[in-house]
Structures are given as structure tokens and as C-alpha cells.
Ligand binder design. Structure first.
Ligand SMILES: [Mn+2]
Length: 478
């Protein structure tokens, strides 16, 4: 059975033969041009010298017919004859040279596909010269190359997986052009899954508190767009690069601003830059970006655009599914369980508030998890769990269903002696142990810490205003 039939020949038909000669299935050509017939025979193509518009020369069957002479009128006639002879065949027709509108539409009505080489060449030329191409990747690189020093990539406070992945992704892009870059975030990495992502993938980000802005020549914001709003930068601090998918609620400054609210995740935009710039993401980054997209789009069920699917598809080739599973259902470490048990045992409940000192800890992360879990206690709306490690007291606070702003609360309670950060629903604090370490033999360090911290915490709580400041958060944080 003949699979492919070439009706008429031309440079286009010849190129078709050249491209498809390796393919399985018989190819038969019918042409009354003696020159082309001998060329085709030289290539071992079964060639019949006959009028390609005359069906009596056609083989019994054909699955695909390519109509390929340069004469538009003959192409129309050949396509019609082929359609009558092979009603079920796929017919592809070359328009020929300078077809009239009537010939073009006659071909379109009978063939399954009409190819116009002039049109195809024109669009390839546009592509090659960049007339039709996204200029953003090249502009981003130009901005990065202009920096005289390191770049600080700032994720928003209490970052979600999308912000974390985008920050490390943009830092990777900067490093490919020789610009050292530090991804950083403020506040706390709140959900257990998010902390698992950072731990399992061994993602290294700096915390905003340890940053000296003078060390950097450039600032980039990811997953948010305005300095000082939902990050630790001073308001209106000069910004070089913004990559975000949230509609901004005010003027956005920056030499390079890419904000696409139709897109489901900033990670999608970062993946697009990586692939346009030919930067391999590597296993950790690919997994983090894929997780960022999945969380922000709620597994492609919320505000998902086609580029989100495309980015996810190309990331999955590099991402580690088993890591994602571990991130999504993180197991509790023995230390976390121990801290949780101590937090429950030592809880100091006053009204709707629970505070608990857990003594020395091996893992700061356990405090945040314990603060999360204590919030599940019936009637509890504010939790605060604290402990110490390596000469520093760490505390983690949570609030739910209350007007109280725990970020403010911790700042009031501990800022004078340490530092606190966070927002209304979650916050963290650090206080150097300092003089507290000079403990008399009769009391334990844990007791001294407990008295010191609990006193300040409950004092600030008693003084706390019952209504939060009127400004809503710039971005929804989960
Ligand atoms: Mn996002």
C-alpha cells in the first residue's frame, strides 16, 4: 500500500522528499516534468511520468498526499482529483507561485492543510532577527551585568515556597553572568511544609536581619514589588529588579520590572528566564520552583495560566518527585516531638493565650511547629513558645481569630533587648542570652529564661491595643 503520494514536483516537493526519505512507508511521485522525474528517480523514489491532475495514473491507495507543483491552478486540480480518489487521505497542498485569492481558497476548501513557503520563510526570518521575540531575558542580563557589586534578592516576609524558589532562582541567574547574589527573606518560614522544603532541599537563604545593605550594589524583589512593603527594606529604597505576579497596589520602581498578574506563580516567570537563557536549573532549584508553582496554583486549580503548565512540565524533567513527597508530608523529628511534649507540659495559660518555655533546644524549627500545634488547643487564640540554643533565646508566636498582632506584641516585648519580626498572625524573636547566662547555682538557666521572657511577654500582652493597625497586608500570606 502506498502511504505517501507526491503529486507534481518543485523545489518544495523536492525538499519534502529529501526530509522524509528516511521514513517508513512507500513513497510514489507523479509528475510530468521530465527534469524532476529524473531527479526523483536518482533518489530511488518510485516515479510515474504522468499528469498529476489525472487520477487514472494514481495508485490504488494513499494515506498522505502532498500536492507540490509550482503552478497554483494545477495544484487545485490535483488536490481535487486526489480528494475524489482518496476521500480519507490527509491532503497537504503547496500553494504554488503567486496564487490568486480564488486559487488559495479553492485549495483550502479541498486540502487538510495548505502550506505557503513564502509565509513560512518570512516568519522564520522574523524569529531569527528577534523581531517577534521576548526581549525581557536579554534586558534582565544587561541590568545584571551593569551591577558593580553583589545583588541582594529579597523574598517577601514570611516567605511561601514561590517566594523562596524565585529568590534562589533569580540569584542563580545573576551568578551565571558573574554577579554574586544572596537570596534572603524576613520574618519566619511559617508552615511546616515550607520549612521542610528548605531543609530537604538544603536551600540556603540569609535572613534579612543579618544583611548589611551597604554590601550590595543591586536589589531585586521577587514575589512582591515594592520595597518596604512586606519586606525589611526601608520604604522607597532604590530597587533594580522586580519579578512578581501580584497586581501592585501602588507605583512600582525599578530599572527592570516584570509583573504579570495573569500568571499563577513567580516561579513560572523565573523558570521562563532560566530556559530562555539556557540555564539548567539543577535538581534542587527545579524541585523548589515546581513546588512553588504547585502551591501558588493549588495544584493547578487556582489562577493557573498556560505558562504555569509549561513551566511545570519542563521543570518536572529535572525535579525530584520523591523529595516533593517528603516535603508535602514531612515527618516529625524526635527533637520536634520532645519540644512539643515539653511545650504542652510547661504551658502557661492565661485567658486565650498560651506561653511555654521549653528550655534548651537543638532545633529552632521545633519552636515554630510547637507554636502551630498549641494553637489547636480549644479556646486558644495566641501562642508563644520559646527556648534557647547557642547563647540565644528564640521565640515563635502565632495568632488566629483575634485582633491581636503578634508581630507587634513580640516587638513590644523583646525588641529593646533583642529583635523581633513578623506580622499579625506569626512572628519570631531572638534575644542574646548575654547577662542571663550568669546564673546563680540555685536556679537553672531554663528557669531564668522563663522568668525573663514570660514576664516581658505577658506585660506586653497586658498593654497591647485590642485592635490592629488599619492597613491591610499588601499581599495575602497564608
Ligand atoms: Mn507567588
Amino acid at each position: 500500500m502506498t502511504r505517501r503520494l507526491l503529486l507534481g514536483c518543485s523545489a518544495v516537493g523536492n525538499a519534502f522528499v529529501e526530509r522524509t526519505r528516511e521514513e517508513a512507508g512507500e513513497l510514489v511521485a507523479i509528475t510530468d516534468d521530465a527534469g524532476w522525474a529524473s531527479t526523483l528517480r536518482d533518489r530511488n523514489v518510485a516515479t510515474v511520468e504522468a499528469d498529476p491532475t489525472d487520477a487514472s495514473a494514481y495508485p490504488d491507495s494513499a494515506a498522505v498526499v502532498f500536492v507540490a507543483s509550482d503552478d497554483p491552478e494545477r495544484n487545485v486540480a490535483a488536490a481535487r482529483a486526489a480528494r475524489r480518489r482518496y476521500p480519507d487521505a490527509m491532503i497537504v497542498a503547496h500553494v504554488g507561485t503567486d496564487p490568486s485569492a480564488a486559487q488559495q481558497s479553492a485549495l483550502e476548501s479541498v486540502a487538510d492543510r495548505v502550506v505557503d513557503p513564502a509565509e513560512a520563510v518570512a516568519s522564520r526570518v522574523c524569529e531569527a532577527t528577534g523581531a517577534d521575540v521576548d526581549e525581557r531575558p536579554a534586558r534582565l542580563l544587561a541590568i545584571l551585568r551593569d551591577l558593580a557589586g553583589p545583588l541582594l534578592v529579597v523574598a517577601h516576609d514570611n516567605p511561601d515556597p514561590d517566594a523562596l524558589a524565585s529568590a534562589i532562582g533569580l540569584a542563580r541567574i545573576a551568578e551565571t553572568v558573574g554577579v554574586p547574589a544572596d537570596p534572603c527573606y524576613g520574618g519566619e518560614i511559617a508552615h511546616q511544609e515550607n520549612r521542610a522544603m528548605v531543609n530537604v532541599l538544603d536551600i540556603r537563604l540569609r535572613t534579612f536581619d543579618e544583611i548589611d545593605l551597604d554590601d550590595y550594589d543591586g536589589i531585586a524583589l521577587v514575589d512582591h514589588s515594592r520595597a518596604g512593603i512586606n519586606d525589611g527594606l526601608p520604604e522607597e529604597y532604590p530597587v533594580d529588579i522586580v519579578v512578581d505576579h501580584h497586581p501592585p497596589r501602588g507605583p512600582v520602581a525599578g530599572s527592570f520590572v516584570d509583573i504579570r498578574p495573569a500568571i499563577g506563580a513567580t516561579s513560572t516567570l523565573i523558570e521562563e528566564y532560566l530556559s530562555r537563557l539556557g540555564v539548567e536549573p539543577g535538581r534542587e532549584l527545579a524541585t523548589a520552583l515546581l513546588y512553588g508553582i504547585r502551591i501558588d496554583t493549588k495544584d493547578f486549580t487556582r489562577s493557573t495560566a498556560i505558562p504555569d503548565f509549561e513551566a511545570a512540565a519542563s521543570l518536572s524533567a529535572h525535579a525530584d518527585e520523591s523529595v516533593l513527597k517528603r516535603v508535602e508530608s514531612p515527618s516529625l523529628s524526635p527533637e520536634t516531638l520532645r519540644v512539643l511534649a515539653v511545650a504542652i507540659e510547661n504551658r502557661d495559660v492565661r485567658g486565650n493565650t498560651v506561653a511555654s518555655g521549653v528550655g534548651e533546644i537543638a532545633d529552632r524549627d521545633a519552636l515554630a511547629q510547637a507554636a502551630d500545634r498549641l494553637l489547636e488547643l480549644d479556646g486558644v487564640t495566641v501562642t508563644f513558645v520559646y527556648g534557647y540554643a547557642d547563647g540565644v533565646i528564640y521565640g515563635s508566636a502565632r495568632a488566629r481569630g483575634t485582633d491581636l498582632d503578634v508581630g507587634e506584641l513580640l516587638r513590644d516585648a523583646l525588641d529593646p533587648v533583642g529583635s523581633a519580626g513578623g506580622h499579625a498572625a506569626m512572628a519570631g524573636a531572638q534575644v542574646p542570652l548575654g547577662i542571663l547566662e550568669e546564673v546563680s547555682e540555685s536556679e537553672s538557666l531554663a528557669d531564668v529564661v522563663e522568668t525573663f521572657v514570660a514576664e516581658r511577654f505577658f506585660e506586653a500582652l497586658a498593654d497591647a491595643p485590642s485592635t490592629p493597625p488599619a492597613t491591610p497586608p499588601e499581599f495575602p500570606t497564608e
